[in-house]
Design a protein. Sequence first.
Length: 403
Amino acid sequence: MQMGDTVFMFFCALLVWLMTPGIALFYGGLVRSKNVLSTVMHSVSSIAIVSVIWILFGYSLAFAPGNPLIGGLDWAGLHGVGFEPNSDYTETIPHTLYMMFQLTFAVLTTAIISGSFAERMRFPAFILFSVLWVVLVYSPVAHWVWGGGWLAELGALDFAGGNVVHISSGVAGLVVAVVLGKRKNISNTAPHNLLLTLLGAALIWFGWFGFNVGSALTLDEVAMTAFINTNTAAAAGVVGWLLVEWLINKKPTMLGAVSGAIAGLVAITPAAGFVTPFASILIGFIGGAVCFWGVFSLKKTFGYDDALDAFGLHGIGGTWGGIATGLFATTSVNSNGADGLFYGDISLLGKQLIAICATYLFVAVVTYAIIKVVSIFFKLRATEEEESLGLDLTMHGEKAYQD
């Protein structure tokens, strides 16, 4: 065990934890004032629900020895998870610290989903959905990629969660949004406080350094490359989004700038420790542009109400990031990675596409099954009256702003 790595990873875990309150503020500013507290509650309750589930059996299902599809229950209740490192994952930090670092990822992923169905899902249904989703969807996908599962054996690369966090949360959010249907008076759904959204985006960007850099699990050359790539791709994402927005809508917006930053961050996540800084510029720039298309064109074409664009940013951005990893990855950056198409090996791109398609299919099918089961026990959607009055009052009995 190394004290330097332990301190580094402790700090990274705190940074990733901070991303969920960041998501709360980012989403909270984007909804109408009558729904800001109910929207924030999705993130706050995700911290509570997932933290408990992870300790009970979520971590064990994701990371304990098992089969290619799911981990076992050997580590349920953290039995056998102690201060000594687990050499299957890292030899330099406590196993309990690794577990907590992974917990912050599971919390964040569950919170991201809520953006798709903001302003219309009833709170009891959200609670049960979150419990089932983190067990039946997140834990298996995390095991596939990081717990020694079949995607790891295949050789697909996902440095910090393109599949596990972003594609899974985006696809899940889209499925629930489609099942719930559109919000009432959808034409009158402008953000109520973009300064909250800006503050949330800043916390998310800041926390993302822990998210990506910490995934190296040690402060080495790969971690520093991930640090550079993370910031560079976020900046390039801002440029990519604003350029397209300026050309099409004739005005660059602050909301466009922070959305582009999130798009760039999502896109670089699976590739952060495998590509060069120059590649991160291209990945982030294209990420900003394609996520703009996902938010403004794809959503309009198919007519679904992805309220706060969880799929448009995380699903689309994560998909591009997974593909980009298959194009730009190079062993000159990370000897534990692989060479992508632009470095002479097309096979990695094929593996990335298999991973992306498998994640889409599994997450969509199981999420649909979960939301149908939840509907047996709880009413999924707020009534017209509840939606009209706002979910803050009708679900939680409080208001963010006193008139």
